[in-house]
Each structure stands twice: as structure tokens, then as C-alpha cells.
Write a protein that binds this ligand. Structure first.
Ligand SMILES: [Zn+2]
Length: 382
């Protein structure tokens, strides 16, 4: 799905990149960036018009990221800062690259998301054709899909092995942004791999790499988890950048990257698999990770005859910053669900994701009022 998008901007970028030292080229580069910004403004206008009321656009001109957002301002700023830092950290980890095109990041309401991405159990998606990322989530799903978007731009839309694409996305979605780049941590999916290894049911490395599409179709959860820790293994051994370079250098001779892996790690592919299995059994998930997914509203509530009454807005929490819910409001409907009491609200919140924008019906001074509110993510410990 990443093949065949020939783009004049990409070609211009490649030519300019090759002769970056001359003043003429610098002018050309500046012009290409300007063209991208002009296009970005047009895309932003179109998208806001299509999505309608309640959407704002922002452009990160430096990174060619267009944001189309239903979030309130503070959430949008936070998300832009997150993706800005993630983009830059990706460059430090994988090698800086010139963004050859605009990427549109759509952060819609829950209702619009269901229409834009008609898929079950999905909180985000990257469409390489339109270079458009649509996400409800500000946690790992957003970072997973954003890694796909960066990776796609990094290789100029060239076809990449599935295991490499998903391996990088699963690696970086579970990482911390540090001055050195993206620092991955061990996540709970390591249990899936470890259980398979203990039972002798893990997919042999040679098979996983050579026939990744089949493995991803037949053993989806295990495939994602296994490629995550294959990438982690390369990263831990400081081989990730080298692997990447080799894969880009000789795509025809080594389309699946098997030779690249074999050359960078000792032994043949079976020995590498053996060493990898021993290594993976020793990994333990980092602490405090469960917080990442959770949606946070930032209110305290108590039971009320009509629903859940707000008694306090947590200082600097999502509700406090958006300033749309007030102490004394009684929440009666939350994201389309009737709320009978305080427990019902916590129950509904437990199934939602960070950054989702939802509609809340409250009784304020006895009158029903609909409020649009984005859910935040709890602060990470790291
Ligand atoms: Zn993916």
C-alpha cells in the first residue's frame, strides 16, 4: 500500500538534498519548504471546511505537520509538542531526514472518528496515500501511527517489509523521548513472546522475516509482539541504525532485510534466533506503564438524583484547563451513555482512551447543556 506514489515534491527534495552545499541549492530548498507550507495552508483550509464547526487547524511549518483538531487549545498544544519532540527524537535515533511532504494529523471527535475510520477496535490509523493520520488516542496508538508516518516519509514512500514497519512502530510506541533519541522500554506484550517461547511456539526468526505477511495474518498478536522484540534486540545491541542503512542500500538483493540481520548479529539466522529467545526470556516490563492508555477527565464527582455531580475540578486537569465543566454541574450523559451515578461515570471512563473528544450532557442550574471535552492522559512518571 506504500508503492507507486510519485510526487513532484519528493523528487525536488531528493535533487536538492544531493547538492546541499551550493547557495543555489539552499535557495531551492527554501523554496521547496515554502511550497510545502503553501500546500499545507490549502490542505488545512479544505479539511476545516469539510469537517465543519468545532475544528481548528495549526501548522508546524518546520516539520511540515498539519493539525486538524477538535481538541481544546491546551490539548492541541500538548499534542503538537509531543509529536514535535517525537519527530525530532526519531531523527536522532534513525538519522535525520528532510520531510519530503506534508503529513496531516486529524484529531477528531469520537463521533467523527467512527465515520473517518470505519474499523472495529481501532483508535488510530495512518493512510499513506493521503499521508493522513487520524487518531482518537494520545498514547501509544498515536505514537504507533505517527511512527508509520515518519517511516514512510523517511523512505520516500518506498515499499518496506511489513515486519520492519510494524517492528519500528511497536518499538517506538513504547519508548521515552530522551536527549539521545527514542529510548524504548519493555512493555507487557513481552509476556506474549515469552509464553510462546516457553511452549516452543514462537515463530522461528528466519520464517518470521521471510514470510511476514502470512505470520501477521495467521498469528497476529504474536507477530506484532515478536517483531517488537526483534527490533528491541537490534536496538539494545546498537545495531538499529546500521540495520536500517543496510536495508535501504540494497533493497533488491535483500528485500526482507534477512541478510542485513544476519550480517549484524553473530551466527546464522538459527543461532541468532536461539540467542534472541534466551535474551527475551530475561526481559521484564517496566513499571508504571498501565497509566499510558487511561483517559482522564480530572473531576471528582458524587452521586446525585440525576447523575454524577461535579464537586471539584482537579487543578490543571483536562476539565480544569478546558474550563467548560463547572463545579455543581450534574453529568447525565457521557459519550452517549446515560450516567446514573458516580460509579457509572468511572465505569464509562475506564473504557475510553486518552485524547478522545466526547460530548457530555450536564444539568447546570436545572437546564441541560451539552459540553464538548477532550480527555487527557495522566502524566507519565518518566
Ligand atoms: Zn502498525
Amino acid at each position: 500500500m506504500r508503492i507507486g506514489t510519485v510526487n513532484t515534491l519528493l523528487l525536488a527534495g531528493a535533487i536538492v538534498g544531493a547538492c546541499i552545499a551550493t547557495p543555489l541549492a539552499r535557495t531551492g530548498q527554501a523554496r521547496a519548504a515554502e511550497d510545502l507550507t503553501v500546500r499545507a495552508e490549502r490542505i488545512a483550509d479544505d479539511q476545516v471546511e469539510t469537517l465543519g464547526d468545532g475544528y481548528d487547524a495549526e501548522i508546524d511549518r518546520h516539520r511540515h505537520l498539519i493539525y486538524i483538531s477538535a481538541l481544546d487549545d491546551s490539548h492541541l498544544r500538548e499534542t503538537m509538542a509531543l509529536l514535535r519532540d517525537f519527530h525530532d527524537a526519531y531523527g536522532r535515533t534513525m538519522g535525520d531526514f528532510e520531510m519530503p511532504w506534508n503529513i496531516t494529523v486529524v484529531l477528531p471527535t469520537a463521533g467523527d472518528f467512527a465515520e473517518l475510520v470505519p474499523r472495529e477496535n481501532c483508535a488510530g490509523w495512518y493512510y499513506p496515500r493521503g499521508r493522513r493520520l487520524i487518531a482518537l488516542d494520545r498514547g501509544q496508538v498515536l505514537l504507533h501511527e505517527f511512527t508509520h508516518a515518519l517511516h514512510d516519509a523517511h523512505v520516500g514512500g518506498a515499499a518496506q517489509p511489513l515486519w520492519v514497519r510494524e517492528g519500528l512502530a511497536t518499538l517506538f510506541e513504547a519508548s521515552t523521548i530522551t536527549p539521545g533519541g527514542l529510548e524504548p522500554f519493555v512493555y507487557y506484550d513481552v509476556r506474549t513472546v515469552q509464553q510462546a517461547v516457553v511452549r516452543g511456539r514462537s515463530v522461528p526468526l528466519g520464517e518470521l522475516l521471510a514470510d511476514d505477511r502470512r505470520v501477521f495474518t495467521e498469528r497476529t498478536a504474536l507477530a506484532y509482539a515478536q517483531v517488537h522484540y526483534v527490533m528491541y534486540y537490534l536496538h539494545q545491541r546498537d545495531r538499529l541504525k546500521d540495520f536500517w542503512r543496510r536495508l535501504q542500500d540494497k533493497p533488491a538483493a535483500d528485500p526482507q532485510g534477512i541478510k542485513a540481520v544476519s550480517r549484524l548479529l553473530p551466527g546464522d539466522i538459527d543461532r541468532i534466533d536461539h540467542a534472541w529467545r534466551e535474551w527475551v526470556l530475561k526481559l521484564r516490563p517496566a513499571e508504571g506503564l498501565y497509566l499510558r492508555h487511561l483517559a482522564m477527565l480530572g473531576v471528582r464527582v458524587e452521586d446525585d438524583d440525576d447523575g454524577a455531580a461535579i464537586t471539584e475540578l482537579v487543578s490543571d486537569g483536562p476539565a480544569d484547563r478546558a474550563n467548560r465543566l463547572h463545579v455543581g454541574d450534574v453529568i447525565t450523559t457521557f459519550n452517549g451513555r446515560r450516567i446514573a451515578d458516580a460509579d457509572a461515570l468511572y465505569e464509562v471512563l475506564g473504557h475510553l482512551r486518552a485524547m478522545q473528544t466526547i460530548e457530555i450532557v450536564v444539568l447546570r442550574h436545572g437546564r441541560a447543556k451539552t459540553v464538548r471535552q477532550a480527555l487527557g492522559a495522566p502524566k507519565l512518571r518518566k
